[in-house]
Unconditional design. Structure first.
Lengths: 168, 118
């Protein structure tokens, strides 16, 4: 089999996994199980990025979304959980209105993606994305890079202060 | 380019096979006696009290917050590590400053007792 066929096979497998796990996130009644499927969804999305040659983006997807975001959601649930975990992710009365809105959005985006003339990129896709990113980050954009560290520091200190307030 | 990631795919498939294989084998060959104490989590231990879904302590939440901050830090470490050889001393010093700023945060967390277990 040639490369293009493998690529399409990978795409359809990953797309099916993403859609299936996303459906389970919505449909399952226990919200902790929903989060587990959310992690599956995020990891398959990382796989999709790999098929697009965006390996750094895939690494970030796994680290931040499948790692950090899922951890935050799990802890949010664990701290504010209700009595019965089997009844934590239920449908409310707005199901029909939501279905209408979603159908409309799907129709509009589907129509637009069908009529748009998708052109190819003028320049070839770079073979390696991390290297040039690193060079820019550590030479031209040094100050934003260090400011990001200070931003993380502020987030850390703020989180500890708030958590201590809750505890004490 | 895609062929580099076949190893990752094989690893994933192998990992799934190890997990699913054990459950499947047990399902196929295990004897089934469905009565009495077989339904209890610990067949010959203490009887369990209450539901298994209990509320977690806030101490866990502080660990999670620290994890998330340093998880974000790894994103910055990754490109630097890839290009470490060609970037040289200046980038090394920048990264030391970057890590130092975050270590200040870790020191603060330590000082405030966020890492202590009460």
């Amino acid at each position: 089999m040639d490369n293009g066929l493998w690529l399409s096979l990978a795409f359809y497998l990953l797309a099916a996994t993403i859609l299936g796990s996303a459906f389970l996130v919505v449909l399952l009644r226990n919200i902790v199980h929903s989060v587990l499927w959310l992690a599956v969804c995020f990891v398959s999305l990382a796989g999709l990025y790999l098929t697009l040659d965006a390996d750094f983006l895939a690494a970030i997807q796994v680290l931040i979304y499948a790692g950090a975001v899922c951890i935050m959601v799990v802890f949010g649930i664990m701290l504010i959980q209700r009595a019965d975990m089997k009844q934590t992710n239920l449908f409310n009365k707005q199901t029909k209105a939501a279905a209408g809105v979603v159908a409309l959005v799907l129709a509009v985006t589907g129509y637009l993606s069908a009529v748009t003339q998708w052109g190819n990129a003028k320049t070839p896709v770079p073979k390696e994305t991390v290297g040039s990113l690193a060079e820019l980050m550590l030479t031209k954009y040094v100050i934003p890079f260090e400011v990001a560290a200070i931003l993380l520091l502020v987030a850390l200190v703020g989180a500890i202060i708030i958590a201590k307030e809750v505890k004490g | 380019m895609l062929s580099e990631w076949v190893g990752v795919l094989l690893f994933l498939v192998g990992g799934l096979a190890v997990g699913a294989g054990g459950i499947l084998t047990a399902f196929l060959i295990a004897p089934r006696r469905r009565q009495g104490s077989k339904y209890e989590p610990y067949e010959c231990g203490m009887e369990t009290i209450g539901p298994t879904w209990v509320q977690f302590k806030t101490s866990y939440f502080l660990y999670a917050l620290l994890f998330v901050i340093f998880d974000v830090e790894t994103i910055y470490l990754y490109p630097w590590a890839v290009k470490f050889q060609s970037l040289g001393l200046f980038a090394f010093i920048e990264m030391i400053i970057f890590i130092f700023i975050l270590v200040v945060g870790l020191w603060y967390a330590w000082k405030e007792g966020a890492l202590e277990w009460k």
